[in-house]
Design a protein around this ligand. Sequence first.
Ligand SMILES: [Zn+2]
Length: 151
Amino acid sequence: MFPDTITDEIGRCFCKDHLRETCHECCMSFDILNREAEEDAGLVKRKTEVERAAEDYAIALHALQGMERMYPRPSPEVFAENRQFLREAEEKLRLFSKVGTHVEAAKRAAIQEQRSQDMQQRAILQAWKKSIREKILWSTVVPKHRKSTIK
Ligand SMILES: [Zn+2]
């Protein structure tokens, strides 16, 4: 599927060098894909409708919060699209709650899941930036005879 990865019998991916699902050295993360593979293989129970709606809600909320921090800001259309997505998820959750389904726990769990995925992605990004920085440092080492002109 990807270079430098191995895939197990149910389609989960790991980095080839360390056999890790999330690897800060290889800068890869397969946790989302692997959870899906586990669901497909029947290893974990499929998400209920409420859990899926809560997941949509958390994803939209998280996307909107992330977009607020972006520079340059995404276009008003992108904001409108995500707000619409959030409203639809809220509406679904509202309907579930109307028929007596508890949605708060599912919402909390989904938001928590987004946060932990976000933290993992940040860690990967940090590791990636660091490795890029090192590469840039190495590639910009100034040849000795030119150093005097650059002080
Ligand atoms: Zn690795």
